[in-house]
Design a protein around this ligand. Structure first.
Ligand code: ADP
Ligand code: MG
Length: 257
């Protein structure tokens, strides 16, 4: 899937969080967004997904050349967009299994057979080394941090999205879980080549499994630097300060011109 973000400005709670942001993601590409806390990374992921709390006041988001701004969240997910949330929601009273089966059925416009669903689900949960009981429990309710994140990957494996946003999927995962999650996502990407992925992360470890084509640094609502995998490694070593300071200097120079 091709996603284009053009000159986007987004307001949340009367505050402008995304400011003239541009980003092109082609089919098959893996992009990474890094940046200090509170700069608008999750806001960007929510606005792509269509959360009505995040208001686009300027610019556009195109999928395969067509604007998706007027589409509701469910229409966007039917197009194949999927957001693995930084803090997955707990929904008490809705079983994980019912949620998944309903979501698959709705995306495919036909009720998925119970037998087929159970087989797919068992295969996916065992590949993720998930406790089988999690499927029968209320969605995310009382799941540990790691279990919630694995459950997001379970949804990816079953819903088969074409554009995946991973909002800090790796935060809070122990080394072994990160390896399992990373390997499952790598396998998904190998089997679904055209899928594009936007990874929001603070740690380059997950990029050992999902090799990025581009790494972007976002600060104050826009992209201030784009580089390759090495940029992520550099930030891990040195932090953001170098990059943030440089931008400030640049802006000053521009003012003097
Ligand atoms: P990041 O993911 O980069 O850490 P966020 O996109 O979550 O940052 O948040 C950016 C800014 O927008 C923060 O100041 C945050 O408080 C604010 N913000 C995000 N979502 C909301 C919301 N639903 N209501 C009010 N403020 C919000
Ligand atoms: Mg965030």
């Amino acid at each position: 899937m091709k996603l284009q973000i053009i000159n986007l400005n987004v307001v949340v709670d009367n505050k402008e969080i995304i400011k003239s942001l541009n980003l092109d993601i082609n089919p098959q590409e893996i992009h990474v967004i890094m940046g200090p806390n509170g700069v608008g990374k999750s806001t960007l992921s929510r606005v792509i997904m269509g959360d009505p709390n995040y208001k686009v006041i300027n610019g556009d988001i195109l999928v395969d050349g067509k604007s998706i701004l007027k589409l509701s969240v469910d229409k966007r997910s039917k197009l194949g967009i999927f957001l693995a949330m930084q803090y997955p929601m707990e929904i008490d009273g809705v079983s994980n299994q019912d949620f998944l089966r309903t979501a698959i059925s709705s995306l495919n416009n036909k009720r998925v057979g119970l037998y087929e669903f159970i087989l797919d689900c068992e295969k996916a949960t065992s590949e993720l080394k998930m406790d089988k009981n999690l499927i029968h429990r209320s969605l995310n309710t009382g799941f540990s941090g790691g279990e919630k994140k694995k459950n997001e990957v379970l949804q990816i494996k079953l819903l088969k999205p074409k554009f995946i946003i991973l909002d800090e999927l790796d935060s809070g995962l122990d080394v072994d879980s990160l390896k399992i999650v990373g390997e499952n996502l790598r396998q998904y990407k190998e089997e679904n080549e055209d899928t594009s992925i936007l990874i929001i992360t603070h740690h380059p470890k997950i990029l050992e499994y999902l090799k990025p084509d581009y790494v972007h640094i976002i600060s104050d609502g826009k992209i201030i630097k784009t580089g390759s995998y090495e940029l992520a490694l550099d930030i891990e070593k040195k932090g953001y300060n170098d990059y943030l300071d440089k931008t400030i200097t640049l802006t000053k120079e521009e003012e003097y011109e």
